[in-house]
Design a protein around this ligand. Structure first.
Ligand code: PLP
Length: 434
């Protein structure tokens, strides 16, 4: 039970951490309106930056409204690659290897197909397996299921501990001469487990396989070294820690050494060697452009660009440092207010995330059978984590927009609602049957 003194302790600690947070000023660069008192879901939909109205006005009035079609030549044709280079710099990719466009789901389809259809994979009839884990995000698993069926391939499932994630040893055991591709999430969407990207990439390569990393829950929050680790392919979301807004396009990464070798299945005019040649037949562009299919969603990159600018100014190491501090603090507050045995409650809430250290990303999951209902009550109070079936409440810590105080307030509210739910459960069990 949290007594008022314990609440005062965690609240005081939060205030002290906010006071000495070097990034504290940036939290007010975001829209903080409405009834929300604690936003703990920036890992699912980042908050908007407060200067977006002016940016959108400039876009509508100038780029679109005044320059009109000329903007395509002046800047929009380059935009997927310019913005791609800047996101690339955040994930350790040199220029010319990242682009923005399509959704994560569609990019996964294109790049998984590109990998398994690589000429040397098709020439080797043994390489008919895709390795993925059974707790990967649904879209990743569903795309692989579809492609395996389409291509007559098999899926090798790594069984993951839902409170942990895929380990290097598990990958070593799963890969071999049958493996064409390993597809894993850098940070597990449920537990927040941060995978050993360097070690797993090397292990897959030793076995002759290609690797595709899903960076949805790490891009913009975890410094990553795609080039230095020799990664082949990657995709990532921009509406999570890159605050691009609902449905903002994903980014893709294709290592330069593979760009001329791989081909993707959605051949469109924007990926053709001569975009305005209006040729009779498709000839793929020689470089990164061949992974693009159609007109880029320029309007949907306005908010994304603003956030990329902010992260460039702050720097990824500082972002990561605050992510670690927020996550460690969230764990301490959970210990105080939510986790462990409670008097009169039979099922304790459990932390289903890795301990502090090199395998922890920027969110935590706590589980309890009451959490679907508890989460609904929290949302009514303006405390916004998210619920992931069957029983997890996920607490996302988006470093640039989140204060320690709102984390403390949200977790104390979670503790309160959990105890309410446990009290109701105890009362209804005590009621005589009939
Ligand atoms: C959020 C997320 C996605 C989302 O895919 P969309 O096509 O943008 O809906 C995919 N994979 C992972 C691991 C995610 O966390």
């Amino acid at each position: 039970m949290t007594d008022p003194a314990a609440r005062a302790d965690t609240a005081a600690l939060a205030a002290a951490l906010d006071a000495r947070d070097p990034l504290a000023a940036h939290t007010s660069a975001f829209v903080r309106g409405g009834d929300v008192v604690s936003y703990l879901d920036g890992n699912s939909l980042g908050r908007p930056l407060a200067d977006l109205p002016e940016r959108f006005a400039g876009f509508v009035g100038e780029d679109w409204g005044s320059r009109l079609i000329r903007s395509w030549d002046e800047q929009w044709m380059r935009r997927p690659y310019d913005l791609g280079d800047r996101i690339g710099a955040l994930v350790g990719a040199a220029a010319g290897q990242c682009f923005v466009g399509d959704s994560t789901t569609v990019l996964l389809y294109k790049l998984v197909r590109a990998a398994v259809d690589a000429p040397w994979m098709r020439a080797d009839e043994r390489r008919r397996e895709i390795v993925i884990d059974d707790d990967n995000f649904p879209t990743d698993r569903f795309i692989v299921e579809g492609i395996a069926a389409e291509r007559g391939m098999t899926i090798r499932w790594i069984e993951t501990d839902p409170a942990g994630g895929v380990t290097l040893d598990q990958v070593r055991e799963a890969v071999g001469e049958r493996t064409a591709l390993v597809l894993l999430s850098h940070v597990a969407y449920r537990s927040g487990f941060l995978a050993d990207l360097a070690g797993i990439t090397a292990a897959a390569h030793e076995a002759g396989a290609l690797v595709l990393w899903d960076l949805c829950h790490s891009a913009g929050v975890i410094p990553t070294e795609l080039d230095a680790c020799g990664v082949d392919l990657a995709v990532g979301c921009t509406y999570k820690y890159l605050n691009g807004g609902p449905g903002s396009p994903a980014f893709g990464y294709v290592a330069e050494r593979l760009q001329g070798e791989l081909a993707q299945p959605i051949q469109g005019w924007m990926g053709a060697a001569d975009v305005f040649g209006m040729e009779r037949s498709y000839r793929a562009a020689p470089d990164l452009r061949r992974f693009v299919s159609g007109t880029p969603p320029v309007l949907a990159t306005v908010a994304l660009e603003a956030m990329v600018e902010l992260i460039e100014r702050v720097g990824m190491p500082a972002v990561r440092a605050k992510s670690v501090a927020l996550t460690d603090f969230a764990e301490a507050a959970l210990q105080q207010h939510v986790l462990g045995e409670r008097p009169g409650a039979d099922t304790p809430a459990v932390l289903a995330s890795p301990p502090a250290g090199p395998h922890r990303g920027s969110h935590l999951t706590v589980t309890h059978p009451s959490f679907a209902a508890v989460n609904a009550r929290l949302w009514q109070r303006g405390v916004i984590p998210d619920f992931r079936a069957p029983d997890g409440i996920r607490i996302g810590l988006s470093p640039l927009s989140t204060t320690f105080a709102e984390v403390e307030l949200g977790i104390a509210a979670l503790g309160h609602e959990l105890r309410q739910a446990q009290r109701v459960a105890t009362r209804s069990e005590a009621r005589p049957a009939g």
